[in-house]
Structures are given as C-alpha cells and as structure tokens.
Design a protein around this ligand. Structure first.
Ligand code: NAP
Length: 164
C-alpha cells in the first residue's frame, strides 16, 4: 500500500473565524476566489454538499470532487460521493493528485487535526455570520509563507501554514 497522501485544507475566515453567512461567503473578495481556484485546480477537492452546490467550477479545471452527502444522486459525471468525512478521505486517497479539503463547517472541524497544510486567508475584520472555521490558533503551525493584500473593503493575509 502506498503511504497516505498529506491532507491540505483551504479556507478563508474573519478574525472571529466566520467564513459563511446564510449559505454564502460573507464577503466578495475576487483575489481570494482567484487564489482558491488556482490552488485547487487539478486536485481532488473534498467538500460538503452546500459548498459543492455553490461552486460551479468545482468539477472543472481538472478538479475531481468528492462530495460529502447522503444524496447519492449527485454521483456521476466525474463527481464522487461519500456519506461521511472518513469515507470521503478514503476515496480521495485512492485518486491521483493532491487532496484539498474545501469545507464547509463540519468538514473543516473533522479534518483540521489531520491537516498537514492549511491555506488560510485571514480577513482582518470581525464579521457577522453563521458558519465558522474551527479554532486553529492554539495548534502548532510553521508559517511557510504569508502575503498581505487588500481591496477597497477588506485587508487580508494569505497564509500557508504547516503543522509542526
Ligand atoms: N470561507 C470558506 O473558506 C468557506 C468554505 C466552505 C464553505 N463556506 C461557507 O460555509 C457555508 C456552507 O458550509 P456548511 O458547513 O453550511 O455546508 P457544507 O458542509 O458545504 O454542506 C452541508 C451538507 O454536506 C453534508 N455534510 C457536511 N459535513 C458532513 C459530515 N461531517 N458528515 C456527513 N455529511 C456532511 C451534508 O449533506 P446532506 O444533507 O446532503 O447529507 C450537509 O447537509 C456557506 O456559508 C459557505 O459560503 C466558506
């Protein structure tokens, strides 16, 4: 058996860990969306049903989606489905390519401790919302890179962190 491939998470959250509101992102940050598209192109993307439904390009640009849902009718046309995070990760391990876990809330909560690498866009604001990225600051991370940026409404930092 080949060794397990490392798990990567990619997320954007505010300082108060908010990452979604009423099923949508709580902001419109084109640079972050471009970062997500770039980092996940050609990878195996593991994501919950709502995150998949809200991302029309999830099955394009060489992405191979593994969608976590009880709805098996979503399978087909290159989309694989699993009814739990562990079975989604087992499927992802058997597919070629890097694994990128893309959310939502429960998916991140169940995978954060397994993550090797975290691509985190931290939006420097307290933002109201109803979907949260799990607590990550108390874990030991090595900073691989950071890049500060901003648009007319927000300041944000693109972090790449690895578990140390
Ligand atoms: N900023 C970011 O980085 C980021 C990333 C992703 C999402 N979001 C935001 O988060 C919100 C959507 O996320 P969400 O957490 O509400 O939904 P989600 O995880 O995308 O989808 C929820 C559905 O996925 C399935 N599911 C998710 N986790 C599961 C688990 N651990 N075990 C079994 N099934 C599971 C269930 O599907 P069934 O009901 O079909 O069984 C569940 O109803 C939106 O506001 C979105 O914009 C933000």
């Amino acid at each position: 058996m080949p060794p397990d491939k490392p798990l990567n998470l990619i997320a954007a959250c505010a300082e108060n860990r908010v990452m979604g509101r009423q099923g949508k992102p709580p902001w419109h940050i084109p640079e972050d969306f471009a970062w997500l598209q770039e980092k996940t192109a050609g990878t195996v993307v593991v994501l919950g049903r709502l995150t998949f439904a809200a991302w029309p390009r999830a099955r394009l640009d060489g992405r191979r989606p593994v969608v976590i849902t009880r709805d098996r009718s979503l399978a087909g046309g290159g989309v694989l489905v699993a009814d739990s995070v562990p079975s989604a990760l087992a499927i992802a391990q058997r597919l070629p390519g890097e694994i990128m876990v893309c959310g939502g809330q429960r998916v991140f909560a169940e995978t954060l401790l397994l993550a090797h690498r975290l691509y985190l866009t931290l939006v420097h604001a307290e933002i109201p919302g109803d979907a949260y990225f799990p607590e990550w600051r108390h874990l030991a991370w090595r900073e691989v890179s950071r890049r500060e940026s901003h648009d007319s409404r927000h300041r944000y930092t693109f972090f790449v962190l690895e578990r140390s």
